[in-house]
Write a protein that binds this ligand. Structure first.
Ligand code: SUG
Length: 447
């Protein structure tokens, strides 16, 4: 096992039965370009489960986060629509079709946006601190946090080890997208680390912001998270995304940079100040960060956005070496593929192998392997205190595969979003899921 009885547990979002392509995310090029396409929810969820199986086969502990209750008909009622389910759906569609799209989104699958996690070696009270992301930048995502907070409170339900906070205030000033904009560096997972918070906009310095696409994370949110998580201010670094990167489709930092333990892989255009950032990271860490920097001469920022290389997971294997878990799409870009081959061959970094995964249904909405998981470094004691119903086993994998195969729709197209029978069957399926995961009363419809 990894050192110190500590390991990083990846909690993947189970892709929900309403997975569809609605073009909801400005600045997310895949989401916009696949808007209106026909999705395959069953295939999507099975791809996600295969991904979890692949990580388990590498000897890693894998967790799962259930999807949210969608369509969110209560949201439609809260904004004045009335009547039975069919009437609610058709009224919303007539008034503003984007409202109908928003309440059907299965976007909680991208668990990297569920919360920011500070593991216990970094916090002054030695607890794991968890803050669900408010996701205020997009309507369809802003309705995730009430259930995310409840879910995380049920899963990390032990106050000796875990503190699940409320999300940051529901305001643009504190716009927070969770772990997608957060990288933790440490000699090993169990050692005190340096937490890098990445933001797109600083209200005190608005001049350097992206122009075409929204910046989804604020510096004020990052600073609040560091305070709430009781981090040592000398062990926290703030870095600004390059505004041109956001304008090229880097809507979260995990589309252009990633890290694991001492390894930091990024594109040279990821940050407004890349050079000083490396010094900033290395001095509190006490040893140099191992950098894997992609230059524009290797491949462009557009290649990074289309291939999603940086949305790979870098994982520490039980033997201490590292593997890259990458989306299949990287193999379709020769420049990116060459860069990976070079990275694997070089002895200056610990990444020795690459595993390519097919998560294409999620990728078409801008969600690669790293988006689909929330990483939580845990000691053995902390892991034992996690709700065990969401820790993957072969038995749970078999049950979930059967559940998805029996209950999920094969396809969803735009017209289906008006179908109250589909809405009912998607919600009914979740009742069984809470039994499988032993999370009774998770969803609003169960309360
Ligand atoms: O927030 N896509 C998600 C993708 C999130 C990816 N997560 C990380 N990078 N960590 C988003 O933009 C698209 C939904 C649609 O268009 O139907 C969407 O929400």
């Amino acid at each position: 096992m990894p050192t110190d009885g500590f390991q990083e547990v990846n909690f993947d979002g189970l892709i929900g039965p309403t997975h569809n392509y609605s073009g909801l995310s400005a600045g997310n090029i895949a989401s916009l370009s696949n808007a209106g396409g026909t999705s395959k929810p069953k295939a999507a969820a099975l791809q996600g489960l295969s991904k979890m199986k692949a990580l388990m086969d590498l000897g890693l502990t894998q967790g799962i986060l259930p999807p949210q209750q969608r369509p969110d008909l209560a949201f439609l009622r809260s904004i004045g629509f009335t009547g039975d389910d069919a009437q609610l759906l058709s009224q919303a569609n007539d008034a503003d079709p984007t409202l109908l799209n928003a309440v059907w989104s299965a976007s909680s699958m991208w668990a990297a946006n569920a919360a920011t996690i500070s593991p216990s070696p970094d916090t002054s009270d030695n607890k794991v601190h968890i803050t669900p992301a408010n996701l205020v930048s997009n309507l369809h995502r802003s309705i995730e946090h009430p259930t995310a907070t409840r879910m995380l409170s049920m899963i990390f339900n032990n106050q000796d080890h875990f503190t699940v906070h409320d999300p940051l205030p529901d305001q643009a000033r504190f716009a927070d997208e969770g772990a997608a904009n957060h990288i933790r560096f440490a000699s090993s997972h169990g050692q005190p680390g340096i937490e890098l918070f990445v933001y797109g906009v600083d209200i005190h310095d608005p001049g350097n912001s992206a122009r075409n696409y929204p910046s989804r994370q604020t510096r004020a949110a990052c600073q609040a998270l560091a305070r709430i998580h009781k981090l040592d201010p000398t062990q926290v670094i703030y870095a600004r995304q390059h505004p041109d990167a956001i304008d090229a489709g880097v809507f979260h930092n995990d589309v252009i940079a990633t890290g694991n333990e001492r390894v930091f892989m990024y594109h040279e255009q990821a940050f407004a100040t890349s050079r000083s950032l490396l010094t900033d990271l290395s001095s509190p860490l006490g040893e140099p960060v191992i950098t894997i920097e992609a230059h524009d001469s290797d491949f462009s920022i557009n290649d990074a956005v289309t291939s999603y290389l940086f949305n790979s997971q870098i994982v520490t294997l039980p033997d201490g070496s590292m593997a890259l878990v990458a989306p299949l799409e990287v193999t379709e870009n020769p420049r990116v593929a060459r860069f990976i081959d070079k990275t694997i061959a070089e002895t200056s970094n610990p990444i020795n192998t690459v595993h390519y995964l097919d998560v294409r249904e999620s990728m078409r909405n801008g969600g690669g392997p790293a988006c689909l998981r929330l990483r939580v470094p845990l000691s053995d004691h902390e892991l034992a205190a996690v709700h065990q119903g969401v820790i993957m086993t072969d038995d749970l994998m078999a049950k979930l595969t059967d559940f998805v195969s029996r209950t999920y729709p094969d396809e969803i197209s735009r017209a289906d979003l008006l179908d109250p029978a589909l809405a009912k069957s998607c919600i009914d399926a979740l009742d069984e899921l809470t039994q499988i995961l032993n999370l009774p009363k998770l969803y609003p419809f169960q309360q």
